[in-house]
Design a protein around this ligand. Sequence first.
Ligand code: DSN
Length: 414
Amino acid sequence: MSSLQESDPKVADILNHEKHRQAYGIELIPSENYASQAVMEASGSIFTNKYSEGYPGKRYYGGQEYVDQVEQLAIDRAKELFGVEHVNVQPYSGSPANAAVYFGLLEYGDTIMGLKLDHGGHITHGLPISFSGKSFNCVAYEVDKETEQLNMDAIRELAIKKRPKLIIAGYTAYPRKINWKAFKEIADEVGAITMADIAHIAGLIAGGVHESPVPYFDVITTTTHKTLRGPRGAIIMSKKEFAKDIDRAVFPGLQGGPHDHTTAAKAVAFGEALKPEFKDYAEQIVKNAKKLAENLIEHGFDLVSGGTDNHLILTDLTNKNIPGKVAQEALDKAGITLNKNTVPFDPRSPFDPSGIRLGTPAMTTRGMKEPEMEKVGDFISNALDNYTDKDKLAKIKEEVKELCSGFPVPGINL
Ligand code: DSN
């Protein structure tokens, strides 16, 4: 019996159920992944016990000799992985990382420009009800109505009109490549700082299958737990000239003590991403997404922008006459997890949108390849064709379990 089972059987039982859910279900939420056993060991380690406000070599507490080593290791590995001049590895997650950039480099009320939330942007990129929208003057660009892709001419026109201090690129529901150079040219024209939020595609950039913003952008934020496959957390990377302001904004501006156990796990994850096999994983994510997209198109699904270049697929279900929420719930019953999502120019609400968002990082981590993506696409189509039929959904769930049983999850021992 584990010590958790002994001391808290209720929590142990919940965890056990979640373990089976993760192992026997098809995980298609594009922002989720399976961290390695090594990442989870570091994350659940004795660094949980430590406080270390400040930065390596400049702390406000004693007993820092090992914390300093692990934080410096995480910094050095992230620098090597992304080829950047400066890294802060302390942000608790993506939203605090973005907040630190804004509060470190801007004044209240300055104009920031990001992609509209329901076109694929993020809450912290200027949604009026988030801290970003409340503290700054937010201007939103959109995708093109015809192509459902970014139109750099329209973005340039808007930037010239609104003169933002900060331009944000990098998205949560955009299935195409991003032209960093074009964004940089626009920013230079209007005198804006450039911020890339690569949370979704950091693993693809680290693995060399998506172009890096590093040669062009001033500041880059990313969470560490999506395609990068680390612990839940974030980092901020920047050119040297922004380092001091960003570090001050993280601590003491926004945060107190960093989560040292997470820092240790970030170091492990960056070490894993530096290994040659990470490149194969990143390449396979994209191959899998393209295969799944192809299969869904064959099944008559209407993919936003017509396909994908990265790890995610956004599907408008209007032609299938199934709202996104209903689809998500039906697929849950079939053992397939994804999320309902708005599509560009969605006439429906974010609580009950027209689409679903799905991605391949987690399935790629457990070793699935193109033949399995065909099966996954068939399961989705079959489940949505029979979304009111409980027995049919239960039968698909059994088939899903059988498929998943052949692909153990790293870090999950059943
Ligand atoms: N919650 C993340 C996602 O699912 O894309 C973004 O922060």
